[in-house]
Design a binder for this molecule. Structure first.
Ligand SMILES: *Cc1c(COP(=O)(O)O)cnc(C)c1O
Length: 472
């Protein structure tokens, strides 16, 4: 075979050798660690070969290898997850880590992480103790439930509930509640994995009491309700109220389980937020079991919180799956702190999610004006005379699969620059502490609701970095 024609036929041969790119990067970026440089180069070369095989233009692809390798290496060398400033106004932003922990909760987790602890140790008797006993007791005190339990996350809580209650039997659910949350959580898939058989009732938009009643048979183990966390139905719609469903369940001796998604142990309705997710009220309306996430409206760590009838909680606790889905000690420590703060009435002051949700609009406006003043000075100092800074009222959703269709009135700082909003947003994402805002038309909006203490300074730094070298 003619070797030279093979060389010509395969454009991937244009890709340089690993060592050559590594040498070049080491020289240009001595701050990057060797292991990350090598890994970044390998990845950039593999990508280049793929792009060439897909018909990429060789000189162009090759010219980008070094920069891509640098970006990969820098990304790998840094911590993950890395801190960012959430200026989106979306309090529970799934991509930005949902609820930030209160400093006290973070400190409790750090203590549990750094030291030995009495995680499963009875100090009084000097023998094995209960991992979740104290947390369970606090959750019971907060909710009035008969019993409580917690696992790794809410998806795990639902999987465990369905496994313990309905494996090999039937679960009745409305077609309007077969929800998907962020692609990786779909109610029908969780149901299938639990070993239960799904019995769908009603239609997408309307489900009636009789639909549930007729679906109940000797194999029915659970009547399941799932909160529509991330969408709303309007128009010609009907669903069966929890209280009605609970009455049906009681009459037929079938447990009613509700996946609340985002639940709270504080009733926010007096402060103007919908009371839907207030878990104790769902129990009072007759649910036998409710489950919800720890890191949504509760404002704690990732966890799946389970409240309900003692016998059901007990059967979940005893299920072999419970061990596989258990809460780790760091989350347990943070959740225990959160429960204590709620019991002591400190939660609304100390839990960032609650503080942000309840912050009054006039105070947000004052903070937005203060930020705008600082950013105007930054723009002037950078000589970016065509950059304008305005303060506007704006609404933002709560996010995190909480309170769909509900938006909070807030205030934003709107930045307009000759760079254009998208380029400005990208520069802010590349700042030493990245700032994530929202682009709307030609403006980049920075919402002050989700700025935590000390974030203001990072916003200033990021804007200064972004506007450096913008002449006009
Ligand atoms: C968010 C959500 C889940 C998943 O909870 P995780 O804690 O993320 O596992 C499940 N069900 C509903 C209705 C949700 O909103």
């Amino acid at each position: 075979m003619d070797h030279s024609s093979q060389v010509k036929a395969d454009p991937r041969r244009a890709v340089p050798a690993v060592d050559r790119v590594v040498e070049a990067l080491d020289a240009a970026h001595p701050e990057l660690p060797a292991w990350a440089v090598r890994a970044g180069v390998r990845r950039a070369l593999a990508e280049a070969r793929e792009r060439l095989a897909a018909g990429g233009v060789a000189p162009e692809v090759v010219a980008q290898i070094e920069e891509r390798a640098r970006a990969h290496a820098a990304d790998l060398a840094g911590p993950h997850p890395a801190r960012v400033v959430n200026a989106t106004g979306v309090v529970l932003h799934t991509n930005l880590g949902r609820a930030p922990l209160a400093p006290g909760a973070a400190e409790a987790a750090a203590q549990a992480a750094q030291h030995y602890s009495d995680l499963e140790f009875d100090r009084e008797r000097g023998r094995r103790g209960d991992r979740l006993g104290r947390l369970g007791e606090k959750l019971v005190l907060l909710s009035g439930a008969e019993a409580a339990f917690a696992v790794n996350n809410n998806a795990a809580a639902l999987l465990l509930a369905l496994t313990a209650l309905a494996r090999g039997r039937e679960v009745v659910i409305s077609r309007g509640e077969l929800v998907e949350i962020g692609g990786s959580f779909r109610v029908p898939d969780i149901l299938e994995r639990s070993g239960a058989r799904m019995v769908e009732v009603g239609t997408t938009n309307r489900t009636h009491f009789d639909d549930y009643r007729r679906a109940i048979g000797p194999e029915t183990a659970v009547l399941l309700k799932v909160h529509r966390s991330n969408f709303e139905q309007r128009g010609f719609v009907a669903e069966v109220d929890l209280a009605e469903l609970a009455a049906l369940g009681r009459e037929r001796g079938i447990p009613v389980v509700e996946d609340l998604g985002s639940g709270t142990l504080v009733d926010f309705s007096a402060a103007g937020l919908p009371e839907h997710g207030y878990a104790p009220s769902r129990l009072r309306r007759g649910a036998d079991l409710v489950c919800f996430s720890g890191d949504k409206l509760l404002g704690g760590p990732q966890a799946g919180i389970i409240l309900g009838r003692r016998d059901i909680v007990e059967s979940m606790r005893r299920d072999p799956l419970a061990r596989a889905l258990r809460l780790d000690k760091l989350s347990l420590a943070a959740l225990d702190w959160t429960a204590t703060a709620l019991l002591e009435g400190r939660a609304e002051r100390e839990i960032p999610v609650l503080r942000q949700l309840l912050e009054p609009a006039p105070q947000l406006e004052r903070r937005a004006r203060a930020l705008a003043d600082r950013l105007e000075k930054v723009a002037r100092a950078a000589g970016a005379t065509q950059t304008t800074v305005a303060v506007l009222p704006e609404r933002a959703p709560v996010g995190g699969g909480s309170l769909p269709g509900f938006a909070l009135d807030g205030w934003v700082v709107a930045l307009r620059s000759s760079l254009g909003a998208d380029a400005l947003a990208q520069r802010l994402r590349r700042a030493s502490v990245p700032v994530i805002g929202r682009v709307r038309e030609d403006a980049l909006l920075l919402d002050v609701r989700t700025l935590l203490d000390a974030d203001m300074e990072w916003v200033e730094t990021a804007v200064a970095q972004a506007l450096a070298n913008v002449s006009r």
